[in-house]
Design a protein around this ligand. Sequence first.
Ligand code: MG
Length: 341
Amino acid sequence: MKLTIERRKLHLKHPFLIARRMDDRSTDKQVLLVKLEHKGKVGWGEAAPISYYHQSLDSAERALKEMAGMLGDDPFALDAILDPIWAKFADQSAAICALDGALHDLIGKLLDVPVWKLLGLDRNRTPLTSFTIGIDTPDVVARKVDEAAEFPILKIKVGTDQDETMLNIIRDKAPHKKLFVDANCGWTPANVVERCRFVSRYKLELIEQPMPPGEHAGLAEVRAELREPIIADESCVGVDDVLKCAQHFDGINIKLSKCGGLRRALQMIHTARSAGMKVMLGCMVETSVGIALAANLAPLVDFVDLDGHMLLADDPFEGIGGANGVLTLNDRPGLGIVERK
Ligand code: MG
C-alpha cells in the first residue's frame, strides 16, 4: 500500500470563536489529506490535528510519514496495521484517524460496499446534525442565525460573559429550534450550577463540557436538578476515558480526530452504551473526508454535530450532504465522498 500526504489550505466562511480560544479570528485552516493506494483503488483520509491535545500539522505529518513505511500489503489486516501504530504514535490521534479513515475508504472500495453497510448499520437511523453558531458580536450572531435558517438544530458556543446575549438573540430568532450548548470548559466549580441553571431556561437538548477536564464539583447537583444530559467532550478523549466519565456525565462526545478513527470510536460507542450513556458524534473544522468517516457511524448515536464541512467556504470533497441538517449515507463504496472537480 502506498500512502501519500498533502497539506490542504482551507477557508472558513466565518471566524470560529469558542470559550477557550477567544482571540483567534482567523479564517484560514489547514488539514492533511492522505491518499492510500492499493490495487488500483484510492482510499482518502484526513487529519485535523488538535492543538488542545498538543498536536500540530507538523507532528501529524511526521507521524504519517513514518506510518507510511509500516503498512504492509493487506488493507483488511486492521489490527495488524494499527496496533503497532498505536504503540508508537499514541499521542497523534489525528494522524491515526487519517490512516484509519483511508483504510476504511479503501476497504469499502475494494469490496464495492459503503462503510455504513459494511458495519451493518441502518442509514435511516442517522440523526439530524446540528449546525454550530460560534461566539461573536451580537450583529454577527444574528446574521449567522439567519444564515442557518435551514438547520433544525443549532449548537451554541457558550462559556463567556456573552452567554445571555447569544442565547437571547438565538431564541428570539429561532424560538422552536432544538439547541445544544457547548461551554468548552468555560465554567468553574464556583459558577457551574448557576450557569447551567441559567442556560437551561432556554430549553436545551444537552449541555456539553461545562468545566475543564478533571473538574466535577457541582455536576452531580446539576444532573439531579436539570433535565438536559451533560455531555463530556474535552474530558473524554479515548476509550480509556469513557468509564471514568460515566461517573460524572450522562454522555460523551466522540470526535474521530480526538479518539483516533472509526475503529476506536466504535469501541467507545459500545463501552458508553454498556454504561448506559448517551453518545454524540462531533468533529473539528474539517473537509467532507473527515466528516464522512464519522457520518458512517451516525446511525449508532443519539446526537450528531457533524457540520465541519459546512463551515468551510471551499470543501474540496462532496457526497455526504448536510443541507437542512440531513447527512446522506449514499450508495458509493467506501466513505461515499468524491473530489469536487
Ligand atoms: Mg465540544
